[in-house]
Design a protein around this ligand. Structure first.
Ligand code: CTP
Length: 422
């Protein structure tokens, strides 16, 4: 490669690093591949995890090498790949011990039926199974991948139960079309979902066991079948909070207005359009939730005289006269429930943040209201949150939305009533 190409590559790499948050910086992961067609998907996973700063040591069973070559995995991980327990490259010949010492996690993906059986019974007849038995307290995560009948087989299900009992974390499997052409459960979750699960694994589980209900995005009020009134909320903050809450161990329902944002992995999304639809969806889930975080930019009014047919310019004889009716205040209504969830409101203001936010908190009757300046919120990736509560006001460090969301989730977890915060 000439030096010019090298410089371009370096610039691209540093641009990429500045765009991607290094979620796995300083993490060393032992990635074990076992025999399954899904092995090819791990090439993408290794590349993406590397972009997030992870150091990946790949270990393959001999069966895995039938599906993807060690050369591919070595090129992508930038490190030697291990297969043989008698590998002469390891000075003390103890790869099964050395590899997991100091590792932050072992991830087996794809995990075959046979390999899960071996794991469940403590067998150690190849390098990967031996290092799993010798792992000590190194956490073990596995992403099963197999035909649906193999997954449903009672012996496999017994092994799954044993593995869970031993503290092994299962990632998936997913349902869907399988390589064999059948449809059902047993598909490996996708590489980006494995990555999301791995990143989540390292987050503190401050909301374990909590059911968190979140609204996000804009709402959209119809004028006629082709026209709506909406607002500029991107939904990014609410989606980041949903991801952060899920990473913190919560069961998350995200009720979102129209936004093209992808649903964070593991979050249940309920799409709505109008404020009244959002209200109905929230009220259906509010009483069974522990926490309600109301991030949506909810329209205050809907069009009362909306038309069932497209309004015609000529027929209107000038600009149409729209009549507005008030929408329910979702947050205030949930906050007033007798046995409702612990409520967190949001206020995006264009001026006088402190006065408006504190007045809003009292008016809506919520223990915590999070304020930010609207001009800092719309489409921005960095966010600066200010917490308003009885005890006063606290500013959180301005940071990218996902980090800010994680910080907020920790603040919420600290404030949950003890009976609620199990
Ligand atoms: N909210 C809500 N239902 C509404 C309006 C707002 O649940 N109909 C929630 C928002 O999700 C947010 C908080 O109330 O958590 C404050 O929203 P905001 O739009 O800032 O306040 P409004 O009550 O609409 O007051 P104003 O428009 O006068 O600022």
């Amino acid at each position: 490669m000439n030096s010019c190409a090298g410089a371009v590559k370096d610039a691209n790499a540093s641009n990429r690093e500045s765009r991607i948050m290094l979620e796995l910086a300083n993490k060393r992961i032992v990635l074990g591949l076992t025999g399954g067609i899904a092995c090819y998907k791990l090439a993408e996973f290794v590349r993406r995890a590397g972009e997030h700063g992870a150091t990946i040591d790949v270990v393959m069973t001999p069966a895995a090498t039938q599906f993807i070559t060690p050369v591919t995995m070595q090129a992508l991980s930038g490190r030697p790949v291990f297969i043989d327990p008698w590998d002469a490259r390891v000075p003390n010949n103890m790869a099964h011990i050395n590899l997991t010492r100091g590792a932050d996690a072992i991830l087996i993906a794809p995990a075959s039926t046979d390999f899960m059986a071996k794991l469940a019974h403590g067998m150690a007849d190849d390098l990967l199974s031996t290092l799993c038995v010798a792992r000590g307290d190194c956490p073990l995560l596995i992403a099963p991948a197999m035909n649906r009948e193999m997954w449903l087989n009672p012996a496999t299900q017994r092994n799954v139960a044993l593995l869970r009992q031993d503290g092994v974390q299962l990632l998936g499997p997913a349902e869907g079309e399988q390589a064999c052409g059948e449809v059902g459960s047993g598909r490996m979750i996708e590489p980006d979902q494995i990555l999301a699960e791995l990143i989540a694994f390292f987050q503190p589980k401050v909301l374990e066991g909590q059911r968190v209900l979140i609204t996000a995005g804009p709402t959209s009020e119809r004028i006629d079948p082709v026209r709506v009134i909406t607002n500029r909320s991107s939904g990014k903050t609410g989606f980041a909070i949903a991801q952060a809450a899920r990473e913190a161990g919560a069961e998350v329902i995200l009720i979102s207005g129209p936004t093209p944002l992808p649903t964070p992995y593991g979050v249940t999304r309920i799409p709505v359009e109008s404020a009244r639809q959002m209200h109905a969806a929230v009220m259906q889930h509010a009483s069974s939730s522990d926490v309600f975080i109301s991030v949506a930019a909810v329209a205050d009014w809907h069009v009362v005289n909306r038309s069932d047919q497209k309004l015609k310019k000529t027929a209107a004889g000038g600009a149409p006269q729209l009549e507005f009716g008030p929408n329910p205040d979702i947050l205030a209504e949930v906050a007033a429930l007798q046995t409702g969830p612990w409520c967190v409101g949001f206020a995006a203001e264009t001026e006088n943040l402190v006065e408006h936010a504190e007045a809003k908190r009292r008016r809506k009757g919520v223990p915590l209201l999070v304020g930010n300046l609207a001009q800092h919120v719309m489409d921005a990736d960095i966010t600066e949150l200010v917490l308003f509560e009885d005890a006063g006001r606290t500013s959180l460090t301005p940071q990218p939305k996902l980090q800010a969301a994680r910080a907020l989730v920790r603040e919420i977890a600290r404030r949950l009533p003890k009976t609620n915060n199990t």
